[in-house]
Design a protein around this ligand. Structure first.
Ligand code: F6P
Ligand code: MG
Length: 473
């Protein structure tokens, strides 16, 4: 079911695939070992501690195999049906070695294999080796969270008064809405710049620089393809034609913490302005690519906004304490919490996990591998795919000519699918499509752009593409 265009391989020296396999993955596995080591040290139950140590050994073995370029071994059965399909594909791919494997397959395999260690255990089922890291990074986003919470409250009030304003013409109201919609989308887009699998050593200052409104403004010209207006037109159209009916927006989530926070800002905005009546969030069922959202991350985030004072002022692991929030700051964050939890209770903000999102394949396979999900997404006015990995899966992480139309590169998810796709992607991998002729060449000539040999400009999350496909049947 996959496209014929070849994929990126970890053996391809000029691509980020090879940097990932040799430099990033060992660091990520080491981080997992450290986390588990720490938790095991705090465990009282002897049997649990013993089992925890044996999982550490499995992780260390995995790291050894990766660093010594061994073959990927079949996954041990943990009772889930996707294992057979991972293993079957592994053998169809000729049981590759770590440094000569398709990037997309081997990276999914890595996280799925880690999951088997916990899922097959007695005492560690559901343990998330990345949870600690996710939460502490979210805490470091405090300034941007406070800034956005204040902005969100303003916007919701503006929107409410805008809707009832009689002094504005319908065109003026529509224009104002379009601008706000774009702003919300840009916030949501750039929230993806801080994923933990890429930025393995972020400082507090780094994180703050990547967030905030200043950073966003500066980055506007870095959106290479921007179909936000087309998406807005779709939402407007739906509001007119289904005035009193259900209008659903889906968000295929990427990272937790700050990115999930901005996804909820966008979702809350759509619901409170009536652009959508339901927002369906799609998290992963297992810890994935370090920072991706699991259902527990969603509830943890809601809980942290319930009592922002406690969450943001608690001493961190080093004993460092933080200044108290002002009354207004607490009220702004609580406003968000009240809205989100009300939407959640009313069934307007729904969380819908599906195992398909953690399978190894690209989304070209969705109609065959997860027909239920494919049908479900057709019910939506707009399906938003967040982040880099979702984009790689939409396009099969293939070596497309960068001027290939987005609608071609997403195959069965594109024209005639009945699914309206909007990809919000900050570029952190080589695959890219939908660029005007000459754009890739221009970007390669910039400092650190990679020149003729590599598409380095696309690795850092500095550039973004927002691509739309209307899926018309
Ligand atoms: O390119 C680095 C990388 O970690 C890829 O492995 C992966 O596609 C991506 O970044 C994860 O980013 P995101 O969280 O945006 O999907
Ligand atoms: Mg991610």
């Amino acid at each position: 079911f996959d496209p014929k265009t070849p994929q990126f391989f970890t053996s391809d020296r000029s691509s980020f695939a090879s940097v990932s396999a040799s430099d990033r993955w060992p660091v990520i596995i080491t981080g997992a070992i450290d986390d588990l080591h720490r938790t095991v040290g705090e465990v009282k139950d002897e049997a649990k501690a013993k089992e925890g140590k044996s999982i550490i050994e499995h992780l260390a073995k995995l790291k050894y195999e990766l660093q010594h370029d061994r073959e990927l071994t079949p996954l041990d059965d943990d009772g889930e049906t996707d294992i057979t399909s991972y293993n079957q594909e592994l053998s169809e791919r000729g049981t590759p070695k770590w440094h000569n494997a398709a990037w997309l397959y081997s990276e999914c395999y890595l996280y799925r294999r880690i999951e088997t260690f916990f899922a097959r255990s007695q005492h560690w089922k559901g343990y998330d080796v990345f949870a600690r890291q996710k939460m502490s990074t979210f805490k470091s986003s405090r300034p941007a969270v406070l800034e956005l919470a204040a902005r969100y409250r303003e916007i919701v009030h503006e929107a409410e008064s805008g809707q009832s304003s009689e002094s504005k013409s319908p065109e003026e109201i529509e224009q104002a809405e379009r601008i706000l919609f774009s702003e919300m989308c840009e916030i949501c887009l750039w929230g993806n710049a801080t994923d933990l699998s890429l930025l393995t050593s972020l400082t507090y200052e780094d994180i703050q620089k990547l967030q905030g409104s200043q950073a966003r403004k500066a980055s506007q010209s870095n959106i290479l393809v921007n179909d936000i207006d087309a998406a807005f037109a779709t939402m407007q159209q739906a509001r007119k034609s289904k005035k009193d009916g259900e209008r659903r927006v889906d968000i295929v989530l990427d990272n937790s913490g700050f990115e999930l926070f901005v996804d909820l800002i966008l979702g809350g905005y759509l619901l409170s302005t009536g652009l959508a009546t339901t927002v369906v969030l799609h998290p992963k069922c297992l810890p994935w690519f370090v920072s991706d959202v699991t259902p527990k991350d969603f509830s943890d985030l809601l809980n942290s906004t319930a009592d922002p004072q406690a969450f943001y002022t608690a001493a961190d692991e080093t004993g460092k304490t933080y200044p108290a929030l002002s009354e207004k700051e607490v009220a702004d964050v609580k406003f968000l919490f009240d809205q989100w939890s009300q939407f959640h209770q009313d069934g307007k903000l729904i969380i819908r996990p599906h195992r398909f999102w953690t399978t190894q394949g690209c989304y070209w396979r969705m109609p065959h591998v997860a027909p239920d999900l494919f049908e479900d997404l057709k019910e939506s006015e707009l399906v938003l795919f967040k982040g880099d990995l979702n984009y790689r899966k939409l396009t099969n992480d293939a070596q497309w000519d960068p001027t290939t139309p987005f609608t071609t590169a997403i195959g069965p998810m594109g024209p005639k699918s009945g699914i309206r796709v909007l990809a919000f992607r900050t570029c952190k991998a080589d695959t890219v499509v939908g660029l005007p002729t000459g754009e890739d060449e221009r970007l390669r000539q910039l400092p650190n752009g990679g020149g003729a040999d590599a598409r380095k400009w696309a690795w850092s999350g500095k550039w973004a593409v927002v691509s739309f496909s209307d899926g018309k049947v």
